[in-house]
Design a protein around this ligand. Structure first.
Ligand code: OOG
Ligand code: NI
Length: 443
């Protein structure tokens, strides 16, 4: 039997979700509106046509959940918006270990990304990691997780129906988007003060995630064409930014990977419930504003060069020294043109015909040298664990308890993979896109 219900286009659903979340976040965090406005001004003044068609609406969000079951629920929800899980990030292996593992939900096809460039960095608390949580705390986390509900009954039913139907019925699309946005709205149920404090002493990320009754958007990040200009503009306009721009700085070659910076977490009022039953208002600092600039996607070889360069800056005396060292290492470690980066296997590019025809069996190098083919950078659509850890850490009120062993626990990658169904490897996606561009030329 054929199913004749009319399904909504996931690209349109995703665009509506991104726009709705942006509106909601501007209401919740007024400085976000300022950031978006400043980003638009910088983008209008920068002469760079890379991804120009999508810069205005491009955002990534960040959310955090308490269990792998909750992650599985979000994977279903995001799947209906055309967003798949890509990449695994273990935030416990960083300078300031955070007790979460993460992935990013995003479109995996170029055309879908162009249509609506929205992604969600999604972190899951590893509640049974005994390096962070005493057994009693793990048990309590588990008990409370059973009781909390990310989804209202209405959206839970819509998700189940839609998954079964292979998409969201067009006639319920706007209600579905509205309810999905509500999943990420800050909820105002009072937070148990003692439980909050207990988690907070382990990590402020743990208390943010697991002491609340649901999840909420942690930040929403616009993409800017010149992050250095944006950082300076925000400071000029009276917004204190963190002092560092994370990620590989400008060098002789094209922008690579991802650069990010943020403004400090804002004091926000929350209602707490004391043990004696009294309610009081207190201030927390967990949400913030972040902005990013994206460059070319790198292969594992290119990535290793950048990681080495970043390490070369690690023990510099100050920020300008750090940037100089990294720049120097990048300039001496990598070729500086897109063509060479791609040809030498350091970066991913999209080949297209510049002036034909292609004589069969001519090697790519010759076609490039003869000006028959051209190559454009494939944009890095993912995240960087060191920057993510830096962004988490620079905005926390405190670092949490010290953890002696910050190695990865491999089993948790498998748990994350199981929760999301399919976990895509970012390198494989970029490589397939490059290969696809060559195949399309008939080679
Ligand atoms: C996520 C931090 C990481 C990024 O852009 O790297 C992140 C969080 O704070 O929940 O958003
Ligand atoms: Ni972010």
């Amino acid at each position: 039997m054929t199913n004749n219900i009319d399904l909504a286009d996931p690209n349109e659903l995703r665009a509506a979700l991104a726009a709705g979340l942006s509106q909601m976040y501007a209401d919740e965090v007024p400085k976000y509106g300022h950031l978006v406005d400043a980003t638009e001004r910088v983008n209008a003044s920068v002469d760079d046509d890379r991804d120009a068609g999508r810069l205005g609406t491009e955002r990534h969000g960040a959310v955090r959940v308490a269990t792998f079951d909750e992650l599985a629920q979000l994977a279903q929800l995001f799947g209906l918006f055309g967003m798949q899980a890509v990449g695994f990030y273990d935030l416990r292996t960083s300078g300031t270990p955070i007790p979460v593992v993460s992935t990013a939900f995003r479109p995996i096809d170029r055309a879908d990304m162009e249509s609506s460039p929205f992604r969600m960095f999604t972190s899951t608390l590893v509640a049974d990691d005994e390096r962070f949580f005493a057994p009693a705390v793990t048990a309590e986390l588990g008990k409370r997780a059973q009781q909390r509900q990310l989804f209202s009954d209405e959206i839970a039913a819509l998700v189940a129906e839609s998954v079964a139907a292979g998409g969201v019925a067009a006639q319920v699309a706007s209600r579905f988007v509205e309810l999905a946005i509500d999943v990420f709205r800050l909820n105002d149920e009072p937070i148990e003060a003692d439980w909050y404090a207990q988690l907070d002493s382990v990590s402020p990320v743990a208390s943010d995630i697991a002491a609340a009754a649901g999840t909420h958007l942690n930040h929403l990040t616009p993409r800017v064409a010149d992050i250095v200009a944006l950082h300076a503009l925000m400071e000029d306009e009276g917004v204190t930014m963190i002092d560092r721009i994370q990620g590989p700085p400008a060098w002789d070659g094209p922008d690579v990977l991802l650069r990010q910076t943020s403004f400090r977490a804002l004091d926000e009022e929350r209602t707490f419930l004391d043990a004696d039953g009294q309610q009081r208002t207190d201030v927390v600092r967990v949400r913030f504003g972040e902005v990013e600039q994206r460059g070319i996607a790198l292969t594992p070889e290119g990535r290793a060069k950048v990681d080495d360069a970043m390490a070369a800056g690690a023990d510099a005396a100050d920020e300008s020294e750090r940037l100089n060292r990294i720049r120097h290492a990048l300039n001496s470690g990598l070729p500086s043109t897109i063509e060479e980066l791609v040809a030498q296997g350091y970066a991913f590019g999209r080949y297209s015909l510049k002036s034909g025809p292609i004589v069969e069996r001519t090697p790519i190098e010759v076609l490039m040298a003869d000006g028959v083919l051209k190559v454009e950078p494939i944009t890095y659509e993912d995240f960087l664990p060191a920057s993510a850890a830096g962004i988490f850490a620079s905005n926390l009120a405190h670092g949490g308890a010290a953890v002696a062993d910050d190695s990865a626990r491999l089993g948790d990658a498998d748990r994350l993979r199981q929760a999301v169904g399919t976990l895509h490897d970012p390198y494989a996606l970029y490589a397939a896109e490059q290969q696809g561009s060559l195949a399309a030329l008939g080679r």
